[in-house]
Ligand binder design. Structure first.
Ligand SMILES: Nc1ncnc2c1ncn2[C@@H]1O[C@H](COP(=O)(O)OP(=O)(O)O)[C@@H](O)[C@H]1O
Ligand SMILES: [Mg+2]
Length: 343
């Protein structure tokens, strides 16, 4: 990787142990987050995005367990940290926001009390200084009349305002890395755009790195610099955002893009990816996508391809791009001229 990397996730494995079976939710995930940039993690529901995020912060509860890999944050492997060391990182150098603020905000405390608590733990601020900082943070995230809002309870706020409060809490300690797990999925489109815009502004102001988890390629296009596409607990493609949209390589990425509504294609012509995500106990032994892939050969069904570098900042897990490819040599999984060329 040519630029400075703030977080390097290497071969991360997180499993759930249920009724004697191991469900490999995150099955050897590798990606880098370049400093000051936004990495998108995209994939259908159940692909292991949230479990990857929770693993970074070591928020995996039993029956889940991180069973392997490295999570190098500014050069230190967080998986070697004890609970106490992790508590100092969480909400401080790395913070997280979730899809549904109502589950993360405590309904019985006011917005101000909750912000003050975070500021007390990580910054040692007392009540008065905490309240002043809380008002400042609410103002920063665009909440009108912040001084009166600090005394309100979460239920008194709209969904968009609650998500702004969550962002304020996440920013309370100037994190270097913000992990946002579907932060706008529960919001309507107008509010969604405002929240994404806010995150971008805050990133410019504070030079944060962001991991943006989403199932929505529209959100990726708007907010991300780099993208990791996940399928069945694995990264299948990693590229910068322009390369990914203009020159997607993995048939799964192409499928996701083809099912994305675009201005140049009629709604009826969109082709959703055929088939469904395999159940954990029916995981194909070869490429996880082979059963749904229009190009799959025996090799694909038999052997799992590795995630390989194919450019300076591009990685792909697909037999088509290897010397071993035994299918149609002409196979093209994308038609560059069909992609939108507005930009
Ligand atoms: N509490 C749990 N118990 C058992 N399996 C789980 C649990 N949570 C997640 N998983 C498994 O991990 C997979 C990935 O989950 P998740 O990371 O939440 O997906 P995503 O965020 O991409 O929608 C799920 O499909 C499921 O098989
Ligand atoms: Mg999720």
């Amino acid at each position: 990787m040519s630029q400075e990397t703030i977080l390097e996730v290497k071969d991360l494995r997180t499993s759930f142990f249920v009724e004697g079976n191991e469900v490999k939710a995150v099955d050897g995930v590798t990606f880098d987050v370049p400093k000051g940039k936004t990495l998108g993690i995209v994939g259908e529901s159940g692909s292991g995005k949230s479990i990857s995020a929770l693993s970074i912060l070591q928020l995996i509860d039993s029956p889940g367990k991180i069973v392997g890999g490295e999570i190098n944050f500014k050069g230190d492997n967080l998986l070697k940290y004890n609970d106490n060391q992790m508590r100092k990182i969480r909400g401080n150098q790395i913070s997280m926001i979730f899809q549904e603020p109502m589950t993360s905000l405590n309904p019985v405390y006011t917005v101000g009390q909750q912000l003050r608590e975070a500021l007390k733990i990580h910054r040692g601020l007392g009540k008065e200084a905490g309240t002043e900082k809380a008002v400042e943070l609410l103002e920063l995230v665009g909440i009108p009349s912040p001084r009166s809002r600090v005394t309100q309870y979460p239920f008194e706020l709209s969904g968009g305002m609650r998500q702004r409060v969550m962002i304020a809490m996440a920013l309370a300690c100037d994190p270097e890395l913000l992990v946002a797990d579907e932060p706008t999925t529960a919001l309507d489109v107008t509010i969604q755009a405002q929240i994404l815009e806010l995150l971008k502004e805050l990133q410019d102001e504070f030079h944060m790195s962001i991991i943006m988890i989403t199932h929505d390629l529209g959100v990726v296009a708007e907010t991300c610099d780099y993208v990791a596409v996940m399928y069945c607990g694995k990264v299948v493609e990693y590229a910068d955002v322009n390369t990914l949209f203009k020159n997607p390589r993995h048939p799964y990425t192409v499928g996701l893009l083809n099912s994305l509504p675009r201005s140049d294609v009629d709604q009826e012509e969109l082709e959703p990816i055929k088939g469904t995500v395999p159940a954990p106990h029916e995981m194909p032994k070869g490429c996880r996508f082979a059963p749904r892939c229009p190009f799959a050969t025996d090799l694909c069904h038999e052997k799992l391809p590795a995630l390989e570098d194919i450019g300076e900042e591009e990685q792909i897990r697909c037999w088509i791009y290897t010397d071993e490819w035994d299918g149609d040599p002409e196979v093209k999984v994308y038609e560059p001229e069909q992609r939108t060329s507005e930009d």
